[in-house]
Design a protein around this ligand. Structure first.
Ligand SMILES: NC(=O)C1=CN([C@@H]2O[C@H](COP(=O)(O)OP(=O)(O)OC[C@H]3O[C@@H](n4cnc5c(N)ncnc54)[C@H](OP(=O)(O)O)[C@@H]3O)[C@@H](O)[C@H]2O)C=CC1
Ligand SMILES: O=C(OP(=O)(O)O)[C@H](O)COP(=O)(O)O
Length: 338
C-alpha cells in the first residue's frame, strides 16, 4: 500500500516531534515541513533531510541564508494527502481556508478551538470516531493527559465526577521572551480553566471541573486529580488499571519531582528527553469510599505526539482498530513504559 503523504505546517516544539514520529512509521511519510524564519531549527531540519517550505514572501530569505526552500507552503500542501498544522495557537484557524482551497485533510492542535473541526481527538478515548474524517483537532497536552487517565478509569470503574488542580509550566525550555519568572499566576482566575470543557469535547459524559495556575518552570505540568467512581475499588485496583495502559507510566523509585522524571527520560535515552507517557505517581494513588486521588506529570512537549500519528492513521483509514494503531505507533517511535 502507498504511504500516506503528510505535510507538517509549523516546525516548532510540536511540529519537529510530529515530523520525526511520522518519519518513523512504515505507512506514512513526511512530504515537507514549514518554517517562516531560516533560523537554527530550519538549519537542523535541513540537516535531518526534511524539505522545508515557507511563506511565498520568505522564499528569498531562506535562499539568502543558504538553506533554499523547496517551495511555498501551498506547494507542499498540493503534494500531500493530509496536513498536520503545528503553527502557534490562532494561526491554524487562519490557515483553514488554504487547506479547504487545496482540498486536503487537516489536523490541528490544542491551541485552536474545538469548533475548528467540530471533533476533538484522543486515541484512547475516541479513535474509532476519527476513522475517515477530514478534519480533527488533537487536544492539548493537559487535556490529553486527563483523557488518558479518565478513559482508563471510566472503562473499568465508571467515572462519576472529576476535580483537578493543574500546576502548569510557564513556557517551553526554548522560549526566552515569556514568563512568569517570579510569580504564581492564576491562569485563569475564574473557574473552570479551558481543560475541563476541553476534556468534555472528547468525553462529553464526564462531569469535570479544572482550575489552573502557572509557575516558573519549563519541564512539565503537574495535576492533582480527585475522581469519584461508581464501583468499589482499592488503590491496588487503580494501579493495575493504570499499569495496563501503554501510554501511562507508573512513577516510583524515589522520584518526587518533574526534574527527576526528565533526568530519567535522559537516562533511558529518549530523544530530546521526551516522555510521551502520562506519568502517574504510584504511591500517590489513594482511594477512600469510591473517591480516588493521585498526582500525575505531563511532558507538554511530547505527550500529544503519538496522538497525532494515530489521528493521521485513523483519518487516512490505514487502521480501523485504535488499539492496533496505538501499538504500531508506540513500537515505531520506541515508546515502551517497561
Ligand atoms: N508547546 C507545547 O507545550 C504544546 C503546544 N500545543 C499546541 O501545538 C501548537 C503549536 O505549538 P508549539 O509547537 O508550541 O509552537 P511553536 O511556537 O514552538 O512552533 C510553531 C511553529 O510554527 C511556525 N509558524 C509560525 N507561523 C507560521 C505560519 N504562518 N505558517 C507556517 N508556520 C508558521 C513557526 O516557525 P518560525 O519559528 O519559523 O516562525 C514554528 O516552527 C499550538 O496550537 C499549541 O497550543 C499542544 C500541546 C503542547
Ligand atoms: O497545550 C498546552 O497547554 P494547555 O493544555 O494548558 O493548553 C501547552 O503546554 C501549551 O500551553 P501554553 O499556551 O501555555 O504555551
Amino acid at each position: 500500500m502507498a504511504k500516506a503523504k503528510i505535510a507538517v505546517n509549523g516546525y516548532g516544539t510540536i511540529g519537529k516531534r510530529v515530523a520525526d514520529a511520522v518519519k518513523a512509521q512504515d505507512d506514512m511519510e513526511v512530504v515537507g515541513v514549514s518554517k517562516t524564519k531560516p533560523n537554527y531549527e530550519a538549519s537542523v531540519a535541513h540537516r535531518l533531510g526534511y524539505d522545508i517550505y515557507t511563506l511565498a514572501e520568505n522564499v528569498e530569505a531562506f535562499e539568502k541564508a543558504g538553506m533554499p526552500a523547496a517551495g511555498t507552503i501551498e506547494e507542499m500542501l498540493e503534494k500531500s494527502d493530509l496536513v498536520v498544522d503545528c503553527t502557534p495557537g490562532g494561526i491554524g484557524e487562519k490557515n483553514k481556508p488554504m487547506y479547504e482551497k487545496v482540498g486536503i485533510k487537516a489536523i490541528w492542535q490544542g491551541g485552536e478551538s474545538h469548533t475548528i473541526s467540530d471533533f476533538s481527538f484522543n486515541a484512547e478515548s475516541n479513535y474509532e470516531q476519527a476513522v475517515g474524517r477530514d478534519l480533527t483537532r488533537v487536544v492539548s497536552c493537559n487535556t490529553t493527559a486527563l483523557c488518558r487517565a479518565i478513559s482508563a478509569i471510566d472503562r473499568e470503574l465508571e467515572v462519576n465526577k472529576v476535580r483537578v488542580s493543574l500546576t502548569r509550566r510557564a513556557v517551553d525550555p526554548n522560549e526566552i521572551k515569556k514568563g512568569p519568572v517570579d510569580a504564581i499566576v492564576l491562569n485563569p482566575v475564574k473557574l473552570p480553566s479551558h481543560h475541563g470543557p476541553d476534556v468534555r469535547s472528547v468525553l462529553p459524559h464526564i462531569n469535570i471541573t479544572t482550575a489552573a495556575t502557572k509557575v516558573p518552570t519549563t519541564l512539565m505540568h503537574v495535576h492533582t486529580v480527585n475522581m469519584d467512581v461508581n464501583k468499589d475499588c482499592t488503590a491496588e485496583d487503580v494501579k493495575n488499571i493504570f499499569g495496563s495502559q501503554s501510554r501511562i507510566r507508573l512513577i516510583g523509585d524515589g522520584i518526587t519531582s518533574t526534574a527527576e522524571i526528565i533526568e530519567y527520560a535522559r537516562d533511558i535515552g529518549r530523544p530530546r528527553h521526551d516522555m510521551w507517557e502520562l506519568c502517574i505517581w504510584s504511591e500517590s494513588i489513594t482511594v477512600t469510599e469510591k473517591e480516588l486521588y493521585f498526582f500525575h506529570a505531563v511532558h507538554q512537549e511530547s505527550i500529544v505526539v503519538p496522538e497525532n500519528v494515530d489521528a493521521i492513521r485513523a483519518m487516512m483509514e490505514l487502521e480501523s482498530d485504535g488499539s492496533k494503531s496505538i501499538e504500531k505507533t508506540n513500537k515505531a517511535i520506541g515508546l515502551s513504559n517497561k
